[in-house]
Ligand binder design. Structure first.
Ligand code: NAP
Length: 295
């Protein structure tokens, strides 16, 4: 077995993502010699103990990070500022502070200024997930063949970046480094806008009256069902993502709205060629995803 990348890894938040990392650490033994889990509620930590996926649990985030050479924030991004405030004074010299949050400019804005001199800040985002939450939702194959994007601020210690990258490679992930603004724009189109559309279409269906509403559920298999899967995600997590990637999300939504209007116009005026061309572009994207093994 290879040397562990870190001696003590503290996971602040241990839901779907944190518990998947913990499970991999347990299974492989070479992510970290010791894993400490922190959550907001004792109930979650009790469950983590039952599952046996951490060496130690700590309800106090300040105590959880003490002596850790890697701290990974795995809570909703809206909780980061308050968490960083609590843990920052307790980070060990040389500690690598990283995260898994779905937005990156906001994390750098909220956490960056609080990182003490001598600690290294390497923001990250594994592009892997499901609509389920909590420590029972995690599984060790979650990151297999998926990308993890790191967005270290300029001048970040190269060794710290490499160690975080190595941790993710050992989780089965492919790793790339990206500028945070670029990350947020890309994620706005590939993840945040699709979720916004899914939540909205479910609300639209829910607003229908009586019989039509019942028929929606009865005949959901025709396409609606695929939207309901992503619409089944955690409300707090998605509230935080939308509010913390406001600019990019609104920009992509404006572009989408224009394109949807163009499609509406084609439908109204019977422009079959436009409709066909649009569907064909969709199929091409689907085929490319399958070829890239990201489908
Ligand atoms: P999750 O399953 O809901 O777990 C969240 C964890 O954070 C729980 O342990 C929770 O503790 C803790 N927590 C929640 N609010 C907190 C607060 N205010 N202060 C301290 N701890 C708090 O969430 P997740 O799906 O793992 O997502 C975690 C992060 O990963 C988010 O930033 C998200 O943007 C990012 N991410 C998610 C996905 C995805 O598909 N789910 C994919 C990539 C990245 P309790 O259990 O005690 O409440």
């Amino acid at each position: 077995m290879a040397e562990p990348v870190f001696q003590r890894l503290a996971l602040i938040g241990i839901g779907l993502i944190g518990s998947s990392v913990a499970r991999i650490a347990r299974q492989r033994g070479d992510l970290a010699a010791e894993v400490v889990a922190n959550a907001r509620s004792q109930a979650t930590l009790d469950r983590v103990r039952e599952l046996g996926i951490a060496d130690r649990t700590e309800i106090d985030p300040a105590r959880a990070v003490e002596g850790a050479d890697c701290v990974m924030l795995c809570a909703p991004v809206g909780a980061y500022a308050a968490l960083a405030e609590v843990i920052a004074p307790h980070l060990a010299p040389g500690c690598v502070l990283t995260d898994v949050g779905s937005t990156k400019q906001s994390v750098i804005r909220d956490v960056g200024p609080l990182v003490p001199a001598g600690a290294h800040f390497v923001p990250g985002h594994p592009l892997a997930g499901t609509e389920h939450s909590g420590p029972d939702a995690g599984f060790p194959e979650l990151f297999q063949g998926r990308w993890t994007l790191l967005t270290p601020p300029p001048g970040t210690d190269a060794d710290a970046v490499e160690r975080v990258a190595e941790l993710w490679r050992r989780c089965g992930s492919m790793v790339d480094v990206m500028e945070p603004g670029h990350h947020d724009r890309v994620l706005a189109i590939v993840s945040h806008l699709p979720h916004l559309i899914a939540f909205t279409i479910c609300s639209t269906a829910d607003d229908l009256e009586g019989e039509s509403r019942q028929q929606v559920l009865r005949f959901a298999a025709s396409g609606f069902r695929d939207f309901t899967r992503i619409a089944g995600s955690d409300p707090v997590m998605w509230r935080d993502i939308f509010l913390n990637n406001r600019e990019a999300l609104l920009e992509m939504l404006a572009r989408f709205t224009e394109d949807a209007q163009a499609m509406a116009r084609a439908v109204r005026w019977g422009d079959g060629a436009y409709i066909e061309q649009s569907v064909e572009r969709g199929r091409k994207i689907r085929r490319s995803l399958i070829e890239l093994k990201q489908a």
